[in-house]
Every structure is written in structure tokens, then in C-alpha cells.
Design a protein around this ligand. Structure first.
Ligand code: AMP
Ligand code: ZN
Length: 467
């Protein structure tokens, strides 16, 4: 059974399906106004590893991930592009799907779009208004009354935020004539139509407009997963206010408990900082493919740090991914030839196989809050001694499938072929270095040097080169 960190209780908890059968979960999907960047994909790939581990454990899943196809950015950029909102977002949704496929993400079972669920959102607002949790402001928009939900703030645990909000509210009181909300913290459920929205508005009992961003997830979750469901996920930036607002809306509209487990992925950083267009360090999958890297190498990098810790992206880490994948490919190809197998087994076949066998230690790492770096370390330390049996080969694929990795054809002699035991030693040294065990890290470096290999460290990764 997978033990996963839960943001709400700040503890690791077993992920047991509420209905005893299927793990039903929701992930906030992309806003489709441009290509998703590799940071977005860190979150989606992390969720994919979680789903694969659950399914390989023998529990089927129901995975719902939305498409945000109406908000300020999609409207602004579709008008700029001279396209209808529908045409504009259709193009970027198709690009997102192509990237997901290249990165070997299992497609969600349901992928609802916000625009296709406007009536569901209007109905939810009507319920909230009827129950006194929402009100129409003087500007024609409808707001959620935060003061009506006593548990507001439980997910983000930010007591000081409330204090700050209180202070800014007091400061804004002088402006209150112009203010259309009862309280500064109240957030919008329905946005009244504005000239800059162009043709993008819908009718509602409060006049023409469009739903607020937070509401779409609550309405679609209710439609596809009901009032209570197993798990909700997204990047850490969504904890506040997006997920806090989803909880408030849903709990007040349904009387359910909403998500019973919260999974948040830490951010992908570049050059130790935030990725941003203005800094020129925002990479898409296409950017990296243009530089000669494969989607599989990008996936390897994205999972190579624990999902709960920030990960710094570097080009060195892509080089390390290439070398790691080559080591795996070389041994897997040799094993496959010996046992006379052709195609790697499918995800479905591995679910039926159902056991990590020889790689039980790697699997334990995955069941322990998805410790992918630990699991990879176990795989590298065993792979060169793997017995030539079909069972051992399936066990290897059981772990690779959990990680969603495919293997490239083994490279010819022109590329440096790092032996598995060297790769394992290098990984061990890297772990020692991460744990600041300088003595062990030094000893391992010397051992590697004695064997004829040099380690070149960058800030967040390493490469192995012959001496
Ligand atoms: P968006 O398309 O902006 O709604 O984001 C889609 C998903 O990517 C959300 O779950 C975000 O939390 C997540 N996300 C955004 N930036 C990053 C990042 N730098 N690293 C990891 N996840 C991110
Ligand atoms: Zn959401």
C-alpha cells in the first residue's frame, strides 16, 4: 500500500480507496494558452508515477484532470491571436496531449473542460447563494463569503496570512465605497462581463459573464467524483488560494468532505530560481527536443528528485539522464536477448504480473512516499547481476513501468558506455553528498577514480566521464 505525504494533515498516510475498490482522484490540469513548460510537466509526471504505483499495487484508478479553457489569459491571448476562444484553446490542448504522450503519461479517464461545464458551475453558485455562502456584489459579480466557512485556511496552515489579510483589509476600509465585496478576502465565483472579454460570456441569473477559475474544478469534481473522493493534486503554488477556495466552495455546496488526501509537487526551478519568460529560462519540451534531448530523458530528469523537494533543472542533469538510461538499456537488451523476449511488457501485463520480485527494495522505496531517487539507486546496484530469467526481466520492467520510463536502443561503441557498477557507485556517492556525508562521498569518489572514472559535479547533478 502506498504511503503518501498529505498536505492537509502534514503526515504520510496510506492511500486506501474510500470505496475499497478504486482510487478516485483529481488533478488540476493545464491552462491552455500556450505550450506547457517542463515545470508544469514535473507536476503531471509526478502524478503519473503515483497513479502507476497505485495501479501496479493492484488498485484500479479513476483519474480526472481538467482543461482550463476559459480565464483571463486564454481570453486575452485568443483575442490577440485573432481566433475564437474555442479554436485557440483547441490548438493548445492538442499540443498538450502530444507532449503528454511523448512523456509517456497515462491519459486521464475523464478530461473535462471548463467551457463545457458552465451550467454545472452556475448551479453550484446558485446553491452557494441559497445557503448564504455567496452573494452578488454591486459590480454584477458573485463572491464567496469566506467568513461563512470556519475551516478556511486549514490546508495552507498560514495563520500569518490571515493576519496580513486582516491588516490589508483595515487599510482598504478607507476605499470601501468603491469596493464591491463584503470582505477583501472574498473571492469571485462569477465574473460580470467586461468589454475586454469580447464574445466570451455566458448567461446566468446574475447577468452575463463567466465563471471564476477556482469554481470550475469544484463543479467538475462534483460531476465526476461526487462529494467525497480519495485524492486531489497539483503544484505547491495551487495550495493557496486555489485549493483552499476549492475546499470552501465544495464543502459549502455539497456537505461532503471533498478530498481525503492532498498531494502537492514542489516546483521545478532553473538556475536555482523561478522559471520565467522574461529571464529566458522557461523551457518547453519542444525547446529541449530541438537541442537534441528526448522526451524520455526529460521525464527521467523530472522524476530524478523527490517530488516533495524543489528540483533544479540543468543541462548536465539531462546528460546524466542519458547516461543512466543507456546503462539500463544495455543491460535490459542483453537480458532480453538471453531470454528470447521481444517487446517490453505493457502496463496492463505488468499489473497482472503484480510483483516487483528481485526489485522488492526499489518497490519499497516507491511505496514510501514515491522515493524515486531511492528506487533508481536500487535498480542500478542490481542490474548488472540480474539473472537471465523471464521473471527477473518482468521484475525490472515492473519498476521501469512504475517510473514510466521507456528504454532507448543501446548506443553503439561511439558513446561512452558507463558500466552498471560504476553508475551504482556514482549514485551512492551522489546520495552521500546530498546527505552531506562528505567522508563517504570522498571515499566513493576515490573508489571511482581508482576504477578509471571521474565525476563532474554541477550544482544539482553529476556526469560520469572516463579518466
Ligand atoms: P497551469 O497551467 O499554470 O494551471 O499549471 C499546471 C500545473 O503545473 C499546476 O499543477 C501547477 O501547480 C504546476 N506548476 C506550475 N509551475 C510549476 C513549476 N515550476 N514546477 C512544478 N509544477 C508547476
Ligand atoms: Zn483546480
Amino acid at each position: 500500500m502506498l504511503k503518501l505525504h498529505d498536505t492537509l494533515t502534514r503526515s504520510e498516510r496510506e492511500l486506501r480507496p474510500l470505496d475499497g475498490k478504486t482510487l478516485r482522484f483529481y488533478c488540476c490540469g493545464p491552462t491552455v494558452y500556450g505550450p506547457a513548460h517542463i515545470g508544469n510537466f514535473r507536476t503531471f509526471v509526478g502524478q503519473d508515477v503515483m497513479r502507476r504505483v497505485v495501479e501496479l499495487s493492484g488498485t484500479p484508478t479513476l483519474h480526472v484532470r481538467n482543461i482550463t479553457d476559459v480565464d483571463d489569459k486564454t481570453i486575452r491571448d485568443s483575442i490577440k491571436a485573432g481566433q475564437t476562444l474555442a479554436d485557440f484553446t483547441r490548438g493548445w490542448t492538442a499540443k498538450f496531449h502530444a507532449d503528454c504522450q511523448a512523456l509517456n503519461l497515462l491519459p486521464p479517464h475523464v478530461e473535462p473542460s471548463a467551457v463545457a461545464h458552465i451550467p454545472h458551475q452556475v448551479r453550484m453558485i446558485e446553491t452557494l447563494v441559497a445557503r448564504g455562502h455567496a452573494y452578488a456584489g454591486s459590480d454584477g459579480s458573485v463572491y464567496f463569503r469566506i467568513a461563512s466557512f470556519k475551516d478556511y485556511g486549514r490546508l495552507s496552515h498560514l495563520e500569518d496570512r490571515e493576519l496580513r489579510l486582516g491588516a490589508s483589509e483595515a487599510a482598504s476600509a478607507q476605499d470601501s465605497d468603491e469596493y464591491s465585496k463584503d470582505s477583501l478576502a472574498d473571492f469571485v465565483l462569477w465574473k460580470a462581463r467586461k468589454p475586454e472579454d469580447g464574445d466570451n460570456f455566458w448567461p446566468s441569473p446574475w447577468g452575463e459573464g463567466r465563471p471564476g477559475w477556482h469554481l470550475e474544478c469544484s463543479a467538475m469534481i462534483q460531476e465526476y467524483l461526487g462529494d467525497d473522493f480519495d485524492l486531489h493534486g497539483g503544484g505547491v503554488d495551487l495550495i493557496f488560494p486555489h485549493h483552499e477556495n476549492e475546499i470552501a466552495q465544495s464543502c459549502c455546496a455539497t456537505h461532503g468532505k471533498f478530498a481525503h488526501h492532498w498531494m502537492h509537487s514542489a516546483h521545478l526551478m532553473v538556475d536555482g530560481g523561478k522559471m520565467s519568460k522574461s529571464l529566458g529560462n522557461l523551457y518547453t519540451l519542444a525547446d529541449l527536443e530541438q537541442r537534441g534531448y528526448t522526451a524520455n530523458e526529460v521525464r527521467y530528469v523530472l522524476i530524478s528528485g523527490h517530488y516533495h523537494k524543489p528540483l533544479n533543472f540543468t543541462f548536465d542533469s539531462l546528460t546524466a539522464a542519458r547516461s543512466g538510461l543507456q546503462t539500463l538499456a544495455k543491460h535490459e537488451a542483453a537480458l532480453r536477448e538471453k531470454i528470447g523476449a521481444s517487446q517490453p511488457p505493457s502496463h496492463g501485463e505488468l499489473i497482472t504480473h503484480g510483483t516487483p520480485g528481485l526489485f522488492a527494495d526499489a518497490w519499497e522505496n516507491l511505496l514510501n512516499d514515491l522515493n524515486v531517487p531511492g528506487a533508481l539507486g536500487c535498480v542500478f546496484s542490481k542490474i548488472k547481476d540480474i539473472p537471465a530469467t523471464r521473471d527477473a526481466w518482468l521484475s525490472l520492467w515492473f519498476i521501469l513501468d512504475a517510473l514510466g520510463l521507456t528504454l532507448p536502443p543501446p548506443a553503439g561503441s561511439e558513446t561512452v558506455d558507463v558500466p552498471a557498477d560504476i553508475q551504482a557507485l556514482a549514485e551512492k556517492r551522489w546520495q552521500a553528498k546530498q546527505a552531506k556525508d562528505w567522508a563517504a562521498s570522498d571515499t566513493l569518489r576515490k573508489e571511482l577514480e581508482a576504477a578509471g572514472w571521474l565525476i563532474k559535479d554541477s550544482k544539482d547533478s553529476y556526469t560520469i566521464v572516463p579518466k
